[in-house]
Design a binder for this molecule. Structure first.
Ligand code: ADP
Length: 364
């Protein structure tokens, strides 16, 4: 059966079409710059129409009826969604509710979902949430030590993101290590433009570095990661900054870009560092130092780990950095392996969609 995966973001829609149970990729593509002035694609509706045209022309699919299921990436599932869900009116309402927690992402995800429900003959369409994998983290791991009423009133807590990627990497690691996931302790580091680390015990997320939003945790391309909030108030007072301005600085102007002043892209920052740029070197050093801090903490949480797994643009393409961390891990934790595993979030979404399809079929 064919499963289409749609990742509908604010200004782009990525898609991959898979054939199951082989898990083979049939087609993939991306529509970019949606809604930008010079773009001919003005909105998500036109974006999905363009994808449908591409699929029908490029792949061997003759009719949309040949697509049995559609899997959709949804960024925020709040506390409601601990698993992938078959989409119906109630689920759509609940995803809308979660938009309060992810105002930039969930509405774009929903725009894709709503139009796909109209455009594809199949009503087997599944929402897969970035946050769901981390819903196994226990209360002491997700409640922030601030007045509890804010959790009660606004659901302010750690949620964690990149869940599908961490789950995918954990499953791949189990195959590589030739052990069942239920017997493994793993640390997974997804290092792309956004970076997050997760401690996984017996296949379940027990701690993760991103928080209420993706801003918490590791240093990233343009995000700061962990910072003393009081330092932020101090800057806001001194520079008379509004909340939105500071939000933009922390999300878009910090991390590699902010420290180095060179770029958000590690390739450019590393090159500048090699050419003697002191701040570029400092940015790389801070990044590595914080990676080590989280690896150390998670090794302790887990009571040792079978493997530390790296993925994402940085994790997959930076053998020198991974090698240096590997040699340090080896010195202290000789039994812990270090693995580089390419991630495929779309394949994970397709696998989860297929699993739900089989489960519901059996139930009928
Ligand atoms: P996204 O999170 O947007 O999917 P990616 O996973 O593609 O991003 O990761 C982007 C990061 O990966 C950038 O910092 C980039 O510098 C880094 N990266 C990609 N390829 C390489 C490479 N060959 N060498 C070093 N870093 C790389």
């Amino acid at each position: 059966m064919n499963i289409l995966v749609i990742n509908s973001g604010s200004s782009s829609i990525k898609y991959k079409l898979f054939s199951f149970p082989k898990e083979s990729l049939v087609d993939k593509g991306e529509i970019e710059k949606i809604g930008e002035e010079k773009s001919k694609i003005k909105n998500h509706t036109q974006g999905i129409d363009e994808i449908i045209n591409k699929i029908l022309v490029k792949s061997k699919i003759n009719s949309l009826k040949d697509i049995t299921a559609v899997g959709h990436r949804v960024v925020h599932g709040g506390e409601k969604f601990k698993q992938p869900h078959l989409i119906n009116k109630t689920v759509i309402k609940q995803i809308q509710k979660c938009s309060k927690l992810a105002p930039l992402h969930n509405p774009a995800n929903l725009a894709g979902i709503n139009y796909c429900l109209k455009s594809f003959p199949t009503n087997f369409q599944v929402a897969v949430f970035d946050t769901a994998f981390h819903q196994t983290v226990s209360e002491e791991g997700y409640i922030y030590p601030i007045p509890y009423k804010y959790y009660r009133k606004y659901k302010i807590r750690k949620y964690g993101f990149h869940g599908t990627s961490h789950q995918f990497i954990a499953q791949k690691a189990a195959l590589t290590l030739k052990k069942p996931l239920t017997k493994l302790k793993l640390i997974t580091a997804h290092l792309g433009n956004g970076c997050s680390m997760t401690a996984i015990d017996k296949g379940k997320s027990i701690a993760t570095s991103m928080g209420f939003t993706p801003l918490e945790g590791l240093m990233m391309g343009t995000r700061c990661g962990d910072v003393d909030v009081a330092a932020i108030f101090n800057i806001m007072k001194k520079e008379k900054l509004a909340i939105d301005q500071m939000d933009k600085i922390l999300n878009k102007k910090s991390g590699f870009l902010g420290v180095s002043g060179v770029s958000n892209d590690l390739r450019n920052v590393s090159k500048a560092a090699k050419d003697g740029n002191r701040r570029a070197k400092l940015a790389v050093d801070i990044f590595i130092s914080r990676l080590k801090k989280y690896i150390g903490a998670y090794l302790f949480y887990l009571g040792g780990a079978d493997a530390v797994c790296f993925t994402g643009g940085i994790g997959e393409n930076n053998p020198d950095m991974v090698k240096s961390i590997k040699s340090q891990i080896k010195r202290i934790f000789s039994k812990t392996k270090v693995l580089i595993i390419p991630t495929d979030e779309e394949l994970m979404i397709a696998k989860l969609t297929y699993k739900l399809f089989k489960k519901l079929r059996r139930g009928k």
